[in-house]
Ligand binder design. Structure first.
Ligand code: RP5
Length: 168
């Protein structure tokens, strides 16, 4: 297959970027191109519709949408495409992200959004890689390595803590 894996990473505001960039970094780690845009379901609804309707034709394999407060972006994008949509609820208001989480996760039957944790940008990138690995098999060994590295890190921490605990 010649095509490279491509994820759309859409955020409702540039104020979401400090968190969203962790998702972009994760996608890059797995060799997935990120098409990054600021599009708002409320402030630029026509752009949201246009992007989602044309995403598949533009080579996008999966959509990741980050939004806060009344976080309708992921759901609106999902309404206009059959591509899988992952939502990142942002902690961007006085309600600490619970508002975003509930807005995003409580989708009506028929239009699912795979919602990760509040500010869970890393996991959104990993989940996208796992889904895309079904189509792009090159991603599979990278995911396996990622898990092995994580396990080795925890084992090192375990060893260090056991040594420290023995000397308390
Ligand atoms: C949402 O409102 C955005 O996704 C952001 O999390 C939040 C605040 O946006 P700004 O007012 O900073 O543009 O639409």
């Amino acid at each position: 297959m010649n095509k490279q894996p491509k994820a759309a990473v859409i955020m409702g505001s540039d104020s979401d970027f400090p968190v969203v960039k962790k998702c972009i970094a994760m996608l890059k780690k797995f060799g997935i191109e990120a098409d990054v845009n600021v599009i708002s379901a409320h402030r630029t609804p026509d752009a949201a519709e246009h992007y989602a309707k044309n995403a598949q034709a533009n080579g996008v394999d999966i959509i990741i949408a980050a939004a806060g407060k009344a976080a309708h972006l992921a759901g609106v994008l999902a309404a206009f495409t059959t591509l899988p949509v992952i939502g990142i609820p942002m902690k961007s208001s006085t309600m600490d992200g619970l508002d975003s989480l509930l807005s995003m996760v409580q989708m009506p039957k028929g239009i699912p959004v795979a919602t990760v944790a509040i500010d869970g940008a890393d996991n959104a990138g990993i989940l996208a890689a796992q889904i895309l690995s079904l189509k792009y098999e090159d991603i599979q060994p990278k995911l396996a390595q990622f898990k092995a590295d994580m396990a080795a890190e925890v084992e090192a921490k375990n060893k260090a803590i056991r040594e420290e605990a023995a000397n308390v």
